[in-house]
Design a protein. Sequence first.
Length: 599
Amino acid sequence: MDRTIVLTLGVVVTALVFFITEWLPVDLTAILVAVVLIVLGLVSPDEGISGFGNSATITVMAMFILSAGIARTGAMQIMRDKLLQWGGKTASQQIFVMGMLVGSITAFINNTAVVAVFLPIVEDWCRRQKISASKMLIPLSYATIMGGMITVIGTSTNILASGLSAKLGYGEFELFQFTKLGLIVFAIGMIYLSFFAPKLLPNRKQTNGKLLSQEYGLKEYVSEVVITPRSSLIGQTLRSSEIQRKFDLDVLEIVRNNVHFPQPIADKVLEAGDILLVRGSREDLLSIRERQGIDILPEVEFGTSSIAESELISTEESVAEVLILNNSNLIGSTLKDLRFRQRYNATVLAIRRGQEFLRERMGRVPLRFGDLLLIQGPKQSLLGLQTSRDLLVIEQRDVDNLRQDKALIALGITAAVVLVAAIGWMPILVSALAGVILMVVTGCLKPGEIYDAVRWDIIFLLAGLIPLGIAMDKSGATKWLAEHLVSMGQNLPSSWILTLFFIATALLTEILSNNASVVLMLPIAVEVAKTLDLNPFAFMFAVTFAASNSYITPIGYQTNTMVYGPGGYKFLDFTRVGAPLSLIMAIVIPRLIIWLYGL
């Protein structure tokens, strides 16, 4: 075997290990791959950075910005109203209506943006319908994944596959090149979700009046304490006393002579008789009771009544759930490192990670994508979080923060981008960039917002992986792998080879990113098709669809992770619902490709 092939495959294997173990963030791993390829001489420096100027990367960037224009103007709130109007009463009807609405949107708008907008909408809808959110949120994620496969611009994976097709000499995909296939697949998926998913989905996270405090199990973790005349805290501020630093304790509110002092209270001088509403375990409170001179007021501890939650919520204070988004700058940092309370003027009461609840020593826990934080603070502070790009408040966004007068303009710009590309007046790259300019010129987006709109982790992931595809081609590794695959499968029918590529890509995308799977598998699939004198487009479509065929785990696709915590799901809930769907797609999609496009 040629030395360059060995080196290239060595880089591929090492990259796979890094992707699977997540020793580094996936975008950083991708950039590391590009650097290693340059250092080893497998690609030139210009080829190593070519991903940043690649048409696929720029198109994805532009589509993120267009999606933000739709979201910031409240254009999707129109769909919310339709969801409430047409939702129906049975689980099957509710899933079908929701799926048809979000699926039609994600054909043209990035699916992570759609889930971010619709997640609080669906939760609110479930609350009104008095049904469990766990019955609806997995279908929400799956419907957006399938909807993204209807057009080339539905997901970054499709756009990347189109760019790879052009690089391999087959030209970029037309906007609606596989729309017939995408619509049939979407219809099959919605039939499954509507009729079978309700029986498989858990009835776990009830929203019919259950208090957040009860849901997070805060019964023993929020109490009231009174400062006694002998207390060493008298005359000190919370900041100078450092009790919040020395102990696993958060002071949420100070009550003095029936007057409530909400956050920020760090510099409030404490007096005898002050009542402090605190988050902390009984053990911590007992350990500091004698040392600091406080008494615990047991009669207002969490019990079966809602009195403690009423202490957390007032005319000025409230509690809310916030989700750590997948492009959040908070990922990997602890609450202590972030100085979360000072930064957001809100206190984290508990962290929900899937089915796990963290209520102690939270300041030392590195935050992860998909973590759900229960926070308490002034209502104005929680309102301000609605504009954060790091956190998603799981409640209906205040329409006052949306530029609703620009909604039709944003929709018109996006429709024009699609129409111009569809009729061939200009490439989707050019029309999308023109749409970005129009979004800013018309006031749908402010100039500074376009940078916050871009998923930079995806952009760097694409930019780092594209040189890997170049190295695979230049070194001959792609051809070498294709020849060995052909020799192993030479006695198999062509349809089986297509199906095996679909299954292999689908399994790979469960442990890697969908974009990484396309970069690795699509060139090999095309080489196999050329060797066997088969239709290369059939193999490209199989790999492209399989890369988004990620339903089995909550970590295989970003939208699955986004609904993991809010739905109160267990890991295997995704497997129970997603494995049959993945099996159906593995059987149906290759045969549909052969029927529609030939082999």
